[in-house]
Design a protein around this ligand. Structure first.
Ligand SMILES: [Zn+2]
Length: 350
């Protein structure tokens, strides 16, 4: 018997965090047997698009789906196979090093959907980076999306549905994954990741700030070697902002300019961090409780925000934007940074 609607069970309760309302809704669709033949799963890198699509496959195929439990059970043969990536009825189509998923991949899918599932009631196709499907490939896929065999379910994973043709979008409901909040992520990582649980609170705060709501990013940053260069870059950006807002002498500012590095990518990425920091400070001017995306130590940011006029923060933000635009147009990096930190023709930009 299908369970009564609104039983409150949550898809992937023990395996995924974030986007609870969406997952509850999907669980209800599966309980009622009204799964669509195709879904567009949209979300930034690392927000759990793969995990959600796999959980949906397992939940739809789960032997326990009429018991009122949160799906997937994770224990029945179907769940075990799907969650361990061992089911022949779950087909993952990716770029595999190519620039895009092309017509040939879609041709394979169009032929393969005609072969009935091996041992599940469904056959699932997870298409990665769907935003990079060529228009020809999307059009070829459309023919299958319009009239798929009844056992077929497609998951098109993408970072931005705007790149998907309207004709494809109209065939596939869009599911948007939101970034995960810092506190639910802290709870989840503390419970599941020993490396995170062993960190100091300050280290945890830094990691959560850097992950920016992406669980995939957070897991990658548990490796100290991956984390170290990012932490150093952020600490540099924090110092550069403090220095820019202070009346530091020319020598200190010249030293700071050297710290931006020599490559365009490195300088641009540090300037982006400066802007994130300035955005935090401007938000804190408005509200003490504003969420910060750059500063992991709130007190430090609050003090700096209190000491600095809003107009000064705004002017610096705009000047950083100007410097970014100049560097993107191939301006000389050192001259641009000198103008940013020391001013042009004797007039400080800051
Ligand atoms: Zn199961």
């Amino acid at each position: 018997m299908p369970r009564a609607q609104g039983s409150g069970a949550l898809l992937g309760e023990e395996r995924m965090i974030g986007s609870e309302a969406l997952r509850r809704h999907l669980q209800s669709d599966i309980d009622r047997g009204v799964l669509s033949h195709a879904y567009l799963i949209e979300g930034a890198r690392g927000t759990g698009k793969h995990l959600l699509s796999k959980l949906l496959c397992a939940a739809a195929a789960c032997h326990d789906r009429a018991t009122g439990r949160s799906l997937p059970c994770g224990e029945c043969p179907s769940c075990e196979k799907i969650l361990a990536d061992k089911s022949p009825d779950v087909c993952i189509i990716g770029k595999n090093g190519k620039a895009s998923v092309g017509v040939d991949d879609v041709r394979f899918v169009r032929a393969d959907v005609l072969i009935p599932p091996n041992d599940l009631d469904y056959k699932f196709y997870i298409i990665e980076d769907a935003q990079d499907l060529t228009p020809q490939a999307q059009n070829a896929l459309l023919l299958t999306l319009e009239e798929p065999p009844p056992y077929v379910v497609f998951f098109l994973l993408c970072e931005n549905v705007a790149n998907i043709l309207e004709t494809v979008r109209s065939r596939a409901p869009s599911l948007r994954l939101s970034p995960v909040g810092a506190e639910p992520m802290r709870t989840y990582l503390s419970r599941t990741q020993r490396a995170f649980a062993d960190m100091t609170e300050q280290e945890q705060n830094e990691l959560l700030c850097m992950a920016q709501g992406s669980i995939g990013q957070a897991l990658g940053l548990l490796d100290g070697r991956a984390r170290k260069p990012l932490i150093e870059r952020r600490r540099f950006a924090a110092r550069a902002v403090t220095l820019s807002l202070s009346s530091a002498d020319t020598l200190q500012k010249m030293e700071c300019i050297k710290g931006f590095g020599n490559t365009r990518e490195e300088v641009l990425s540090k300037l982006t961090l400066l802007q994130q920091a300035l955005r935090d400070l401007m938000l804190l001017k408005k509200s003490d409780t504003a969420p910060t995306v750059f500063y992991s130590t709130r007190e430090e940011a609050q003090q700096l925000a209190t000491e600095t006029a809003t107009l000064r923060l705004l002017t610096l933000y705009e000047n950083v934007e100007l410097a970014r635009a100049r560097i993107l147009r191939n301006a000389n990096i050192r001259l641009t940074l000198t103008a940013l930190l020391l001013g042009e023709s004797g007039t400080a930009l800051l």
